[in-house]
Structure formats: structure tokens, C-alpha cells
Design a protein around this ligand. Structure first.
Ligand code: ATP
Length: 224
């Protein structure tokens, strides 16, 4: 089973550890506060109160054997740095560090962190993207300038078949699936279904197009 250590059980670390535990991951949750260790203990495999800047204490928990170690300490940069240095030295395979600033992120990278997260910045960017593009239902970054998006059907596409729209040629994007709300039947609520449509499918109001393409090509799609 996948084993993950979460060090620092503030709002971020506590949520991460509990959700991982509830999703069947074997979690080792660590904090120097007894109250926080108590708060998470029912959701995780092991919850321990210790100071993560104490190398012997981490060694005693077999930290080197986890698949991933997330250092979720926030404000206390010094503790985060020392902890990263220790888990790196102990040979943890994959280290994820939570950084508060870009400079901190750079320092964690130089210490050998495999992944850096900046939850506040990332949440801000995500919210800005959503508010600036309300027609986008969802986006998954595929890397290298490519994304998968869920786009509410633009007015310009309504009543047209996929064959007529010819999205691949006109916009250089691929439609991979269509989400459609079926009209409510008497006594039942309309259900959303997702399927791969045929070329003759005519787009209806409230359809959601699941599209893949370069970010530039996706940005060129009609928005309204
Ligand atoms: P959040 O935003 O997630 O609530 P925060 O930035 O407010 O976090 P911090 O005080 O930086 O909180 O740290 C998060 C958690 O990390 C706290 O619960 C704190 O007890 C724990 N922590 C800090 N230093 C250590 C350490 N050396 N060993 C173990 N736990 C630590």
C-alpha cells in the first residue's frame, strides 16, 4: 500500500492527512502539538507527537520507508528547512515541501525537494482563472502547454452538428466527450450523462464539451 508521511498538522496538513487516510492511504501523521495529533488519529494509520527537527525521533518512526513525505509546516520556515534536510539525508524517496514564498520554494528545491507546493498562491491562481473564464467548467493541465477543458457550449455552436463545426480543422482541438443533461422525466430529475458523440450529434443548450488541445488553440474557441 502507498505510504505517505504528513509533517505539520495545521489546517493544510490536517486536511491532507485526514483525506488521504479516508481514501485508504497508509498515513503517518506528525506534529509537535498533542492536540493536533489527537485530532487526526482516527483517520490515519499512525499519528505521532514529535519535533520533526529531531533526527532520532524521525528515524524511530521509520520515515525513510514512506513513499512520499509531505512537509506541510507553514509559518515556521526554520523548522521546515531542518525537517527537509533531515528527511533528505535519511533517504526519503519523494519529498514534497510547502512553501510560503517563491524564495522559500527555491531554497527547498536546492535542498533536494522533489515537489514544491504553494497552496495559497495556487488557490488564488485557480480562483482567478475560474472568475476570468466563467465559461470554463473545469481545466486539467496535461503539461507542455496542453490542457483538457470542460467548456459550456458557446452560443455560436448551438444547433450545429459536430461534423459542421469541424473543431479539429477549424480550431485545432479534439472533442473527447460530451456531457449532456437529459430532460427531467415525470417524477425524476434530469441526469447528466457523458459519452463519446458521433459526428452527426447536434449540440444543445447546457451541453458541456470535453476538449483537448494546446492552450493557445483552446483560448481561441468562442467564449459566449
Ligand atoms: P496552516 O496554514 O496549515 O494552518 P500555519 O502556517 O498556520 O499552517 P505553522 O505554525 O507554520 O502553521 O505550522 C503548521 C503545523 O506544523 C503546526 O500544527 C505546528 O505545530 C507544526 N509544526 C511546526 N514546527 C514543527 C516541528 N518542528 N515539528 C513538528 N510539527 C511542527
Amino acid at each position: 500500500m502507498h505510504r505517505v508521511a504528513v509533517i505539520g498538522l495545521g489546517r493544510f496538513g490536517l486536511t491532507l492527512a485526514s483525506q488521504l487516510g479516508r481514501n485508504g492511504v497508509e498515513v503517518l501523521a506528525i506534529d509537535r502539538s498533542g492536540a493536533l495529533v489527537e485530532a487526526v488519529k482516527d483517520d490515519v494509520a499512525v499519528a505521532v507527537r514529535l519535533d520533526s527537527t529531531d533526527e532520532d525521533a524521525l528515524t524511530a518512526q521509520d520515515i525513510a520507508k514512506v513513499d512520499v513525505c509531505v512537509i506541510a509546516i507553514g509559518e515556521n520556515f526554520e523548522a521546515s528547512l531542518l525537517t527537509t534536510t533531515i528527511v533528505k539525508k535519511l533517504g526519503v524517496k519523494h519529498i514534497v515541501c510547502r512553501a510560503q514564498t517563491a524564495i522559500h520554494a527555491e531554497i527547498f528545491r536546492r535542498l533536494g525537494a522533489d515537489e514544491i507546493i504553494q497552496p495559497e498562491t495556487q488557490a488564488g491562481e485557480e480562483l482567478a482563472r475560474k472568475l476570468a473564464n466563467p465559461h470554463l467548467e473545469d481545466t486539467i493541465r496535461l503539461g507542455d502547454g496542453y490542457s483538457l477543458i470542460e467548456l459550456r457550449v458557446p452560443k455560436a455552436f448551438l444547433g450545429k452538428s459536430l461534423e459542421q463545426l469541424n473543431l479539429r480543422v477549424k480550431y485545432q482541438v479534439n472533442l473527447v466527450a460530451l456531457k449532456r443533461n437529459s430532460p427531467p422525466q415525470s417524477g425524476s430529475v434530469g441526469l447528466e450523462r457523458i459519452y463519446v458523440p458521433l459526428p452527426g450529434e447536434v449540440l444543445q443548450p447546457n451541453d458541456i464539451l470535453v476538449l483537448v488541445g494546446s492552450d493557445a488553440a483552446l483560448a481561441d474557441l468562442p467564449k459566449e
